[in-house]
Design a binder for this molecule. Structure first.
Ligand SMILES: *[C@@H]1O[C@H](CO)[C@@H](O)[C@H](O)[C@H]1NC(C)=O
Ligand SMILES: *[C@@H]1O[C@H](CO)[C@@H](O)[C@H](O)[C@H]1NC(C)=O
Length: 394
């Protein structure tokens, strides 16, 4: 390449563009982990006459299933896994993890409130691999793939923010009913934290403790155009025009469209942009099992992702910020917020929530040297904190 001044400008433009794409990918994949799939049937799309033609996207429900199986095989405790069919025929992929030895030592057996774990955007049950065994020492642990993510059904979602939220929340309630779980300690990460809070506002009698791990969608979008601010300040914070232009182009797509559009290069893209996922789990897998899992979770027909998009404003702000609703949680509901110290999620929101709730039991814990994926970055510390919170219940 020749370094003419024009070329340098081009390069700069290119660099900005790639930075932006990187940013979108990071936001998308960091948000939580999520997955999108079509329906729960395990038949391969593209079978039949076209099966000789390589599929553009090297993914399918059965590839997700076999990748997940490799991950679940690391669990030492008893695992019960199956699809739970909701009254509306949607299926929720569910794991139930029980430590038989530990339960026998506790009397009466099964008296402890179970812990239910809800993953974030782009995730699935497999991401809890470093937490399920440890957390089931004191109680039964349930984890499920959110409706529209992972191996769960991928129905269509309304484009209205509150209706999309309602579809997620009612699927959690229907799942609880089908499982016969009377009361639970509800833990949600990222998007899962937002939904768990919304769920607890609607069904407080079902939740004995709400644990929010780096929850998404709590803060309100800063109002940049307030007239009180000096004009120069407004100018500095407002994004440059090219960012706005690109943002409007990207907002036409679902967040994970980049991964799907990358076709056969998709798995490499996840590996390249999120090498940390591989590192986070490298003591368990020395190959790229985890990034494969994330890829297969997210490369399929978008569904939960569409629901998430409906709830999102540009640049990842929630259309209906949860700080405006936390006062609707019962005053007696204990809420524990756990943040990664190095996360892009602003942990000061935890203090805002504590302020809003006043005398109500609210705790904020910061875990050192952890990013947004707190549970995978510092699993031992995370498990210890969560187990202590659970044991404060029963
Ligand atoms: C292949 O296509 C033909 C005609 O287009 C159809 O009759 C046949 O059933 C198809 N085979 C499969 C396996 O789908
Ligand atoms: C199950 O519980 C027992 C007793 O508390 C403990 O010693 C054991 O390590 C637990 N198993 C796993 C896989 O965590």
């Amino acid at each position: 390449m020749f370094d003419t001044p024009g070329n340098t400008l081009e390069k700069l433009r290119y660099k900005r563009l790639s930075t932006w794409i990187l940013f979108v990918l990071c936001v998308v994949l960091m948000c939580p982990a999520n997955v999108t799939m079509h329906d729960e049937t395990e038949t391969e799309p593209n079978s039949g006459n076209w099966s000789w033609w390589p599929s553009w996207r090297p993914t399918s429900m059965s590839l997700l299933k076999s990748t997940e199986a490799k991950i679940i095989a690391c669990l030492q405790n008893e695992v019960w896994s199956r699809f739970v069919t909701l009254p509306n025929q949607n299926r929720i992929w569910t794991l139930k993890v029980t430590n038989k030895t530990a339960q026998k030592q506790r009397e009466p057996v099964g008296a402890q409130t179970p812990l239910v774990m809800v993953h974030g955007f782009g995730g699935g049950v497999g991401l809890w691999i470093r937490n399920l065994d440890a957390l089931s020492r004191s109680r039964t642990v349930y984890a499920f793939d959110l409706l529209g993510f992972g191996r769960s059904s991928r129905p269509s979602f309304p484009s209205d923010a509150s209706l999309a939220e309602e579809q997620f929340v009612s699927s959690i309630e229907q799942w609880r009913e089908s499982m016969g779980v009377e009361r639970m300690i509800l833990l949600g990460h990222s998007l899962g934290g937002y939904l768990a809070t919304s769920y607890t506002i609607q069904y407080p009698e079902r939740v004995s403790h709400l644990i929010l791990v780096d929850p998404w969608g709590f803060p309100e979008r800063p109002q940049l155009q307030v007239s009180a601010a000096p004009a120069s300040e407004v100018k500095r914070v407002s994004p440059p025009r090219w960012v706005k232009a690109l943002a409007s182009v990207f907002s036409l797509f679902n967040p994970l469209a980049v991964i799907r559009a990358a076709g056969p290069w998709g798995p490499g893209l996840v590996n390249r942009f999120r090498p940390d996922f591989r590192r986070k789990f490298e003591d368990l897998f020395d190959d790229d099992t985890m990034t494969q899992y994330i890829y297969h979770c997210n490369a399929q027909t978008p569904s939960g992702e569409v629901g998430f998009k409906a709830m999102t404003e540009s640049l990842g702000w929630a259309k209906r910020p949860m700080v405006q609703r936390v006062h609707l949680l019962p005053p007696s509901m204990p809420v524990s917020m756990v943040y990664g110290e190095r996360s892009w999620v602003d942990s000061s929101t935890g203090n805002t929530v504590a302020q809003i709730r006043g005398q109500s039991p609210t705790s904020v814990t910061l875990i050192e040297d952890a990013s947004h994926h707190v549970y995978a970055d510092q699993p031992e510390e995370f498990n210890r904190v969560v187990e202590n919170i659970c044991n404060s219940e029963d």
